[in-house]
Design a binder for this molecule. Structure first.
Ligand SMILES: [Zn+2]
Length: 253
């Protein structure tokens, strides 16, 4: 049994859930001050559970959590924000699931849960409001998540000579995590051309807060090119650094 004297109030966003035993569920939540936590919600799959509706995926929830020997136990849960519109269509659900998956897997690497928490809530709010271009939001989100987790790609100075990157065709290395100038890239393998336009977009997304990005008009072909680069960069980081092959497989679907 939980020790009632050790009950804490905690906020979190439900990233993932799995059934446990007859009626329980283990929740992976992201919290502002403790990063990622696994908690158990007992009896939540019973029809009489009052907690159930408050512990849906992607919900921002306020909980009372009792310390226990294995998983700490959610004894009370109240939804702070349920992000209702996220659940209205499959596209929104899959975007929210993507955001949650990325926070799940990069949450380990980040030692700054408050900033990642802010980023997560901002992304869920924006997806819920559905006013901004979701593709623009996701690209911005990916770049800021990468920075917080210590995998920020170098887009401003050449990885070879260190000189500032000029607005010409340059070369990107996913494995090295950044850009090479044309001179340094000459004898390198595993690099790909990146146009000045695409690099400009990525740089702007990387160094700007969301307010400075959300009303940008970006050609969809350019956004798609940015998406392809960031997707392949994320997969590279996950496979090489975080060794999260599982996640990569889920992402591929
Ligand atoms: Zn160079």
């Amino acid at each position: 049994m939980a020790d009632r004297s050790r009950v804490n109030r905690m906020q979190g966003v439900v990233l993932r859930r799995r059934d446990q035993g007859e009626a329980d569920r283990v929740l992976t939540v992201f919290t502002p001050d403790q990063g990622k936590r696994d908690l158990i919600a007992k009896g939540i799959r019973k029809t009489t559970s009052r907690k159930a509706g408050h512990l849906e995926l992607f919900t921002h929830v306020s909980m009372l959590v009792a310390q226990a020997r294995t998983w700490d136990i959610v004894t009370e849960a109240t939804a702070v924000q349920s992000f209702r519109h996220l659940r209205e269509d499959l596209d929104s659900i899959s975007r929210a699931a993507y955001v949650a998956e990325l926070v799940d897997v990069f949450g380990e690497a980040s030692d700054d849960s408050q900033h990642l928490w802010d980023l997560l809530l901002l992304a869920l709010n924006e997806l819920d409001e559905a006013e901004a271009d979701p593709s623009l939001l996701l690209r911005w989100f990916e770049l800021h998540l990468l920075s917080l987790a210590g995998f920020q790609p170098e887009l401003f100075n050449c990885l070879g000579c260190g000189n500032p990157i000029q607005p010409v065709d340059n070369f990107l290395s996913l494995h090295a995590g950044g850009v090479y100038c044309p001179t340094c890239a000459e004898n390198l393998s595993g690099v790909e051309l990146i146009s000045a336009d695409i690099l400009k977009i990525l740089r702007h997304l990387q160094r700007s807060n969301w307010g400075a990005v959300r009303n940008l008009q970006v050609r969809s072909s350019n956004l798609q090119a940015a998406e392809s680069i960031l997707y392949r960069y994320l997969v590279t980081v996950l496979e090489r650094q975080l060794k999260s092959a599982d996640f990569v497989r889920r992402l591929m679907r």
